[in-house]
Each structure stands twice: as structure tokens, then as C-alpha cells.
Design a protein around this ligand. Structure first.
Ligand code: ACO
Length: 378
């Protein structure tokens, strides 16, 4: 039977999923049926991670117990720290993360993926330890000692503390917490698919997450927010925005942080992040980068809005991270420490009624080619 090739599997469902939902026409994103705006306003990353994993919001005892588990699994074994120390300081933190996640799987073997208790512990360990890995790599590469996690701080505040050495103010803590909530899951994207493919072989969860981290590394997936910040710096001032954008559009170049395969209106996450950036600026003082961004948003929306191209999640997240003193190459790792909750939720969902992924191909090669002895080849 002839097959039709669908490049990139665009529009081909590869699973039934009850984890997240996107309505790209109306700019709606829901986790387990709850609108992202509600979660950003009222939830925390810990609670949202529970929701993604378990399918329902926790009651107070469940939340306390989950937070306790997340807090008490943050530390890394000294051998993992030694491994991070051995990595080249000029290497990308995403590669360090992938290597450390794969190594964690050797310390916490979780080969029996039918064991629900073991699976829960693996989820907790992964969500708890990823920020510690990123912060340790950052501090060690600049020549500082890594900092031990602080049990008195929540997930977001502890990460910022481990990264910068300073306990963040409540606005910064809330801003990072919201960023983590917003990046928790986003239906069937490349890294989630890759994690599900690996999970479908019944590989252990550390291998699943290291596959997903590797997939997120590519510039077509993670990473656009780094380039947004570069662009805003390149523009330099609000007065330059009009000519810069027009120049780019006239030469058919893409404006980073705009456009989305699914959203044909403003990404709801971009709207929330814009408010977050504005709040941070009120506390930390004005920055021209934000004014430039608002002007870019206005001009690009005017020019490309009629084609369904609006700001996406990456447009304002770089400004938020910059305000939080997060180095530019740690932007994608932050995406990963949030998305690990979604990846794990998809892994658990994949295990229910699992069938190993085994797609097909359309062979375009030759048949019956004779083997030519080496001395007869040109
Ligand atoms: N700037 C200028 N024009 C754009 C942009 C943009 N950012 N995005 C799309 N277009 C134009 C294309 O040039 C094309 O124009 P044409 O019809 O005249 O040829 C039209 O819109 C459709 O573009 P496609 O590439 O077919 O749209 P698609 O849905 O495949 O692309 C994508 C989505 C890849 C995100 C694209 O909008 C893009 O490259 N954006 C910039 C990079 C970016 O911000 N990536 C982050 C996405 S969010 C995330 O991954 C977390």
C-alpha cells in the first residue's frame, strides 16, 4: 500500500493526551483543563507540576508532601558535582544538563517502569535536581563554588539563590515561578515527542529526559529567546526600531519572537510575560530594552498581525530572565527545568497502554546492486 509522506508529521496525531490543550485561533492554553492565566495568577510551579503529573490539583496535604519531596531531593551526589566540574566551561549548559541527567540514571537505576512508587520517585528526583545541575554548572564554570540548595526556599527562589548567591526579592521569585509555570507543557512538540518515543521502548525515565533535553537543544526548538535579546540589543534605542524592523521585513528576514505554528493570535504566554517584565522593571528600575521590545511588538503586530503573526512566548521571556540576572545561555536550560514536568507527565501517559513507536518509511534507494570488489571501484 503506498504511503503519503507528511514532512515533520505536521498535523498527524501521535497520541491521545489529556495533559495540555492549545486553541491557536483564540490564544488559549490549558493544563489539565485549567487556563494558563489562572495558573499564572494563583498557582506555583510545584503545584502546577503536580497537576501535570497527576491530572488534578493537590489538596493541602498532598501539596505539602510533594513540596517536601521536591525540597529533599535537590542535592546532587558529590560524584555528579565532580562530573560537572570535569565538563568544559565553554560548553553549553544544555549539553551539561543532558550529560548530568544521563549520569543520574546510573545512580538511581529505575529500570522497572511498571513500579509506580519508583516512577514517582524518579519524577521527584528529576524535577528537584535539574535546577541544581544548571546552577552548579554556571557557578563552577565562572570559577565560584557551587552552592548547596536551601531547604527554606521554594523551588524558584532556591534556583535563583543557587545561581546568583543572593536570595531573590518576592517579585523576582514570582516572575521566575510564572515563567516555569508557562513553560511546563505545550502539547505535542519535538522534545515531548522524542521523550515519548524513548519512553515507548520502556527505557528508564532518566534516559527519557536526557533524550528530551537533547531534542530541546536544537535552535529550531529552544533558543529563540536568546536571539530576541540579541536583536533588542542590536536595535539599541527606541528611535531605531522602525527602521530596523522595516529593513528586516523588506529583506524578508524573520523577526525573532514572532510567529507560531499553532497560535495565529498573540501567544497567551507572551501577554503574561509582558506584564511580568513590566512588574520587574518597576522594582529594578527602567531599562531601554523593555521600551524597545514594546515598540517592536507594536510595529511587528501592525505589519504582520493581519497574516496571523504575533509575539510568541520567547519574545518577552528573554527580558524577564535578563532582569533576573540569568546568563543568556541559561535561557534554554530554564525552559528544560520547567518542561521536565510536562515531559514526565507525557512519559507516564505513554506507559499506559504503551505501544513502541515504529513508524515506516518510503524507500527511495536501489535494489539488487551487485557487490563490487574494492579493486574494481573508482
Ligand atoms: N517574522 C517575519 N515573518 C514571519 C515570521 C517572523 N517571525 N514568522 C513567519 N513569518 C512569515 C514567513 O516569512 C511566511 O511568509 P510568506 O507567506 O510571505 O512566505 C509566513 O509568515 C508563514 O511562515 P511559516 O514559516 O510557514 O510559518 P510557520 O508556522 O511554519 O513558522 C515559526 C512558525 C517557525 C515559529 C516562525 O514564525 C518563525 O521562524 N519565527 C521566528 C522564530 C521564533 O520566534 N521561534 C520561536 C517559536 S515559539 C517556540 O518554539 C517555543
Amino acid at each position: 500500500m503506498p504511503y503519503e509522506l507528511i514532512p515533520g508529521l505536521e498535523g498527524v496525531p501521535i497520541a491521545e493526551s489529556a495533559i495540555s490543550f492549545v486553541d491557536g485561533q483564540n490564544g488559549i492554553l490549558e493544563y489539565r483543563g485549567i487556563r494558563i492565566e489562572e495558573l499564572a495568577d494563583h498557582s506555583t510551579f510545584e503545584e502546577t507540576a503536580y497537576l501535570l503529573l497527576k491530572g488534578v490539583l493537590p489538596n493541602p496535604e498532598e501539596l505539602d508532601s510533594f513540596k517536601y519531596d521536591l525540597t529533599h531531593h535537590r542535592r546532587l551526589k558529590y560524584k555528579i558535582i565532580d562530573l560537572i566540574k570535569c565538563l568544559p566551561e565553554h560548553g553549553h549548559p544544555m549539553d551539561a544538563l543532558q550529560a548530568a541527567v544521563a549520569a543520574l540514571g546510573m545512580f538511581y537505576p529505575a529500570k522497572d517502569v511498571t513500579n509506580e512508587e519508583e516512577n514517582y520517585l524518579s519524577c521527584v528526583r528529576l524535577i528537584a535536581k535539574l535546577p541544581t545541575v544548571i546552577a552548579a554548572f554556571e557557578r563552577l564554570r565562572i570559577g565560584d563554588d557551587h552552592l548547596l540548595p536551601r531547604d527554606d526556599l521554594g523551588y524558584a527562589a532556591n534556583f535563583l539563590y543557587m545561581l546568583t548567591g543572593e536570595v531573590p526579592n518576592p517579585v523576582s521569585t514570582k516572575a521566575l515561578d510564572v515563567c516555569l509555570i508557562l513553560h511546563g507543557d505545550h502539547t505535542m512538540n519535538a522534545s515531548t515527542f522524542s521523550g515519548r518515543v524513548t519512553g515507548s521502548t520502556l527505557a528508564d525515565p532518566y534516559t527519557v529526559i536526557s533524550s528530551a533535553v537533547g531534542t530541546l537543544t536544537g535552535p529550531l526548538h529552544g533558543g529563540a529567546n536568546e536571539r530576541v535579546l540579541q536583536m533588542l540589543r542590536e536595535i539599541g534605542s527606541v528611535e531605531n526600531v522602525q527602521s530596523y524592523i522595516e529593513g528586516k521585513l523588506d529583506s524578508k528576514e524573520r523577526i525573532m519572537g514572532f510567529g507560531h505554528r499553532v497560535y495565529k493570535t498573540k501567544d497567551p504566554r507572551a501577554t503574561i510575560l509582558q506584564h511580568m517584565a513590566a512588574e520587574l522593571i518597576e522594582v529594578h528600575g527602567p531599562t531601554e530594552l523593555y521600551d524597545i521590545a514594546v515598540k517592536v511588538d507594536e510595529i511587528v503586530t501592525e505589519r504582520l498581525g493581519p497574516k496571523g503573526i504575533y509575539a510568541n512566548v520567547d519574545f518577552y521571556s528573554g527580558i524577564v530572565y535578563d532582569q533576573l540576572s540569568i546568563p543568556q545561555d541559561a535561557f534554554t536550560p530554564i525552559f528544560a527545568i520547567a518542561r521536565v514536568a510536562g515531559w514526565l507527565a507525557h512519559w507516564l501517559e505513554q506507559l499506559i497502554g504503551n505501544r513502541i513507536f515504529r513508524p515506516t518509511q518510503i524507500y527511495t534507494g536501489q535494489h539488487n546492486v551487485p557487490y563490487l570488489p574494492i579493486e574494481q571501484r573508482d
